[in-house]
Design a protein around this ligand. Sequence first.
Ligand code: ADP
Ligand code: MG
Length: 238
Amino acid sequence: MADIRLENVSKSYGAVSVIENLSLTVEPGELVVFLGPSGSGKSTLLRMIAGLESIDGGALTIGGVRSETLPPGQRNVAMVFQNYALYPHMTVRENMAFGLRNIGMPAKEIDARVQEAARMLEMEELLARRPAQLSGGQRQRVAIGRAIVKEPKAFLFDEPLSNLDAALRVRTRVELAQLHQRMNATMIYVTHDQTEAMTLADRIVVLNKCKIEQIGAPMDVYLRPASRFVASFIGSPG
Ligand code: ADP
Ligand code: MG
């Protein structure tokens, strides 16, 4: 487990500023939700933490190590995408094993991790299938399983439930909360959905137009919104 620290981080695409002087520390074992409307910079932030995007200014450290000295492959963070990003030609087992094989892990260890993750997610019977033979919810479990087997320092979720129907969204949300408790893992969870944020987060980071509007526990943000934007976006009373 590691803390993730951003200090005055900035990012722009050409002349367009996407993140401005953003500072934030995610504590080890914490589940932090980045909540904000579409275009508020949530995915960009997550991609910078994963190392999929460079940072223009400021500093990012993971477990005390500066990101410049940590190439994406050595960051040991696992990202789960909205569109699952599974390899269509591989079985579920192969999808989950692929990243571990790439770093030269012994086959025995890989098998053990895949088996354990499949058991945890109750999808042992899916291991021999290919993505085309899975429902949307099952694909998302595989994507989560693929993250778990890496035993990462932190999980990064980018709107992982938005392609699921309402009932499955609630179920998967509850399972993610249980997973967080069981693994005691550091998690950053990006969403534009207020309910997801309220039910999952230890702390919510409300983003709007490149900036943090408010950071706080769900009930704090709900009952004591720091701005009109937060109040209307969260749907605070009064
Ligand atoms: P969110 O995930 O909150 O919807 P994003 O981080 O995807 O927001 O995007 C934030 C802003 O950055 C948006 O205005 C988007 O158009 C812009 N943006 C994102 N990625 C790129 C890119 N690769 N090139 C140019 N602009 C981008
Ligand atoms: Mg996004």
